[in-house]
Design a protein around this ligand. Structure first.
Ligand SMILES: [Zn+2]
Length: 95
């Protein structure tokens, strides 16, 4: 896991082991709450993949990309992240 990401540990999570699987192999930031915790809450986001890189935004954010020739070949996938994971995503630097 990327050590640049800040993770808060809450008392509600202290009895849970963390395997960091919510990072999808390090693609996404770790969540603040353990996936076992009752406060772990997933929301849907859209991920747009193009040329080996991706950007994540709210559902529907990439609809116009799909018909834009500049982004030809791009794929939209709906994924689930916690809100804190989404907020910790690095600034997107372009395709
Ligand atoms: Zn928790």
């Amino acid at each position: 896991m990327d050590e640049d990401f800040d993770v808060h540990f809450y008392p509600c999570c202290e009895n849970y082991c963390r395997d960091w699987h919510e990072t999808n192999g390090g693609e996404y930031p770790p969540s603040d709450h353990s996936p076992m915790c009752e406060n772990f809450e997933l929301k849907e986001y859209d991920r747009f993949d193009l040329n080996g890189t991706f950007v994540i935004d709210s559902v529907g954010a990439f609809t116009e990309f799909l018909t834009d020739p500049e982004y030809e070949g791009g794929i939209v996938t709906t994924i689930k992240l916690t809100e804190d994971q989404f907020e910790k995503l690095p600034e997107f630097e372009g395709f």
